[in-house]
Design a protein around this ligand. Structure first.
Ligand SMILES: NC(=O)c1ccc[n+]([C@@H]2O[C@H](COP(=O)([O-])OP(=O)(O)OC[C@H]3O[C@@H](n4cnc5c(N)ncnc54)[C@H](OP(=O)(O)O)[C@@H]3O)[C@@H](O)[C@H]2O)c1
Length: 263
C-alpha cells in the first residue's frame, strides 16, 4: 500500500521518546519531512540523530515546545510553516497527567491536565488548520488513552480530559470534512514506554505491592497477554495520517490487545 507520505511535512509533538518518537520514526521511514518537539532540547537532539540513523532519512528536525505554553505552540507552528511552507500532518501528543483519584487532585492539578492534555490540542490544531485549509488537505491524529472508551482506576485526570479530546475530534472532523481535513483520535492501552513504568510504580505504591507483581497482574488482564510495543501503536497512527486514509475521520480507536471491554 502506498501511504503517500513521501516529502509530506509532518509535525509530531511530545516526541523525544515513547509513542511520539516511535510515530516520528515511522513517518521518517515513509520519507516524510518530520518535525518533532518536546520540552527537552538534549533529548530532542539525541532522538533526531537516532531517527535519521534508523530511517536513513535526513529530513528530521526538532523545535523545543512545552505543550502547556500558548506562545511556544504558536512559535512551533510558525517555525515549521516558515521552513516547509506547509503542514500536511499534525500528531498531537504530550505527557500524561499524574495518577490518582478525585480527592488526590487539587485545583492546580486540574488546570495543568487541562492545559497539557486538552487545551494543547485546541491551540495546536488552531495553528495548523489555516495551512491545511490552504492546501485543501490535512490529517490530524490526537494521542489520548483507552480512557476515551472506558475509565481507568486511579486516573481521574485522564478519565476527564481524554473524552474531551474525543468530543473535539468528532466536531473538528465534521467542521473540516469539506476541506478534506481528516481528524481522528487513537488511545493506547498498555504500551511499553516510560509512561507505563511510571504508572505501574505509582499504582504499586498505592496498593502496597512490588511493581513487578503489579506488572504481572496487569499483563494477565490483557487478552493478548503482553504489553504492546510502541511501533505497533505507531503504525495505526501513521495509517490514519496518511494519504491512504481517505474516509476514516471523527473516530476514536484504541490499540490495546483487546484490553478494553467497552464497545
Ligand atoms: N504508553 C501507554 O501505554 C499509554 C497509555 C495510555 C495513555 N498514554 C498517553 O500517551 C501519551 C504518550 O505516552 P508515552 O507512553 O509515549 O509517554 P512518555 O514515554 O512519558 O513520553 C512522553 C513524551 O511527551 C513529552 N512531553 C511530556 N510533557 C510534555 C509537554 N508538556 N510538552 C511537550 N512535550 C511533553 C516528553 O518529552 P519531554 O519530557 O522532553 O517534554 C516525551 O517525549 C501520554 O499522554 C500518555 O499519557 C500512554
Amino acid at each position: 500500500m502506498d501511504l503517500h507520505l513521501k516529502e509530506k511535512t509532518v509535525l509530531v509533538t511530545g516526541a523525544s521518546k515513547g509513542l511520539g518518537k516511535a510515530i516520528a520514526l515511522e513517518f521518517a521511514r515513509e520519507g516524510s519531512h518530520v518535525f518533532i518537539s518536546s520540552r527537552t532540547e538534549a533529548s530532542l537532539q539525541e532522538t533526531v540523530e537516532e531517527i535519521k540513523k534508523e530511517s536513513g532519512n535526513n529530513h528530521v528536525q526538532y523545535v523545543v515546545c512545552d505543550m502547556k505554553d500558548k506562545a511556544q505552540i504558536k512559535q512551533l507552528a510558525e517555525q515549521v510553516g516558515k521552513q516547509s511552507n506547509r503542514i500536511d500532518v499534525l500528531v498531537n501528543n504530550a505527557g500524561g497527567p499524574p495518577a490518582g483519584g478525585f480527592m488526590d487532585m487539587d485545583e492546580e492539578d486540574w488546570y495543568h491536565a487541562f492545559e497539557q492534555n486538552l487545551l494543547s490540542v485546541v491551540r495546536m490544531t488552531k495553528e495548523v488548520i489555516p495551512y491545511m485549509k490552504e492546501q485543501a488537505e490535512g490529517r490530524i491524529v490526537n494521542i489520548t488513552s483507552s480512557s476515551i472508551k472506558q475509565s481507568i482506576d486511579q486516573l481521574i485526570l485522564s478519565n476527564t480530559m481524554r473524552p474531551g479530546v474525543l468530543g473535539l475530534t468528532k466536531s473538528l472532523a465534521q467542521e473540516f470534512a469539506a476541506n478534506n481535513i481528516l481528524v481522528n483520535t487513537v488511545g493506547p492501552g498498555m504500551i511499553a514506554t516510560d509512561r507505563t513504568i511510571e504508572l505501574n510504580q505509582a499504582w504499586a505504591k498505592e496498593k502496597g505491592v512490588e511493581t513487578e507483581e503489579l506488572i504481572q497482574e496487569a499483563t494477565a488482564k490483557i487478552p493478548m497477554k503482553r504489553y504492546g510495543q510502541p511501533d505497533e501503536f505507531a503504525k495505526m497512527v501513521v495509517f490514519l495520517a496518511s494519504g491512504a486514509n481517505t474516509y476514516i475521520t471523527g473516530q476514536g480507536l484504541v490499540v490495546d490487545g483487546a484490553l478494553v471491554k467497552a464497545l
